[in-house]
Design a protein around this ligand. Structure first.
Ligand code: C2E
Ligand code: CA
Ligand code: CA
Length: 289
């Protein structure tokens, strides 16, 4: 028979494991995994998502930092757990073929946010970047939605830019859609460049406007010489191809100085701004005018 002391220790052990899991943010996901899909389906029906906007900054104008655009970043607003970050729920969305529906929600929510927080007083068009999976561009119904989205955004003085990730392979059909959407006024960025499965030939096939250098390279800027070579080579390559590079994940001054010294002018990262709610993001744009 276990005596009371051993039972107490076992009980304390269990409590400690729970506290550690809660601390690591894992408990909710572990316990709720089986119901998470049901919740996700319900949240997609109810539109329980919010969009945060991270400013992209340009330093072309001397030392003054200008907001070059905003990137829309989605969060699942789970009714019981609260906000869940995209890296935690997008794999579940992808696995269950719900990406098109999530993208529809992204288009609808960003449009509403921008309609409700207008920038008519600014004389300049602003860039709004949205993350679209290549598979969304395979269906003609989705292309029609994007055309409508562009019409609405342009009326509101926003220039839409689609960020395509390298995670999925980009087929011939997707390339045809990109050409069409560019012709009618979308800009395109290739996202997470250098970390996915993009073959370099894609840069030749698609006239991208921006190439976003993955933050995993930037993290190592100071202490890894080989990584520094990779970054400068990507910056050179994009310039030779007339594609503006954007460096993501910039967190400190040394990184900015290094990147600036190597000819980079457009940045995104916590050093400048974290993702903001729409009101704060628009205020920052107005302040920056
Ligand atoms: P991403 O497109 O590469 O977006 C940038 C991610 O880096 C964002 O994380 C942003 O908050 C984070 N970030 C920005 N600056 C820094 C920095 O200085 N340091 C660090 N450590 N991180 C920084 P978030 O919002 O968690 O998004 C993660 C990924 O989820 C995105 O990566 C994107 O691939 C995907 N995602 C987000 N929103 C959407 C969406 O609406 N649709 C789709 N399809 N994917 C989305
Ligand atoms: Ca992105
Ligand atoms: Ca990225």
């Amino acid at each position: 028979m276990l005596d009371d002391k051993v039972i107490l220790f076992l009980f304390l052990d269990v409590i400690l494991i729970f506290v550690a899991l809660i601390y690591m943010g894992k408990l909710s996901t572990l316990l709720l995994k089986p119901c998470l899909l049901i919740d996700l389906q319900q949240s997609i029906l109810d539109g329980n998502f919010i969009i945060m906007y991270q400013p992209i900054v340009s330093t072309t104008n001397g030392h003054k930092k200008n907001i070059y655009g905003l990137e829309a970043l989605i969060r699942w607003n789970h009714p019981k757990i609260g906000l869940i970050m995209p890296d935690e729920f997008i794999p579940l969305v992808e696995k269950n073929n719900l990406m098109d529906r999530l993208t529809d929600i992204l288009l609808q929510k960003t449009l509403n946010d921008l309609k409700n927080n207008d920038i008519f007083n600014l004389d300049k068009t602003q860039n709004i970047s949205i993350n679209i999976p290549p598979s969304y561009l395979l269906k003609s119904i989705n292309i029609k939605k994007l055309v409508l989205y562009r019409d609405n955004l342009i009326k509101l003085n926003w220039q839409p830019c689609i960020e395509i990730t390298e995670r999925e392979k980009i087929s011939e059909q997707v390339i045809i859609s990109i050409h069409y959407l560019r012709k009618i006024g979308f800009k395109f960025s290739i996202d997470d460049f250098g970390s996915g499965c993009t073959a370099l030939y894609l840069l030749q096939e698609v006239p991208f406007d921006h190439l976003k250098i993955d933050k995993r390279f930037i993290e190592k800027v100071k202490n890894d010489n080989d990584v520094n070579h990779i970054i400068t080579t990507i910056i050179d390559l994009s310039k030779k191809l007339d594609i503006k590079p954007i460096v993501e994940g910039v967190e400190n001054r040394q990184q900015v100085e290094y990147l600036k010294g190597n000819g980079c002018e457009i940045y995104q990262g916590y050093y400048f701004y974290k993702p903001l709610n729409i009101k704060t993001a628009i205020n920052e744009i107005i302040k920056n005018k």
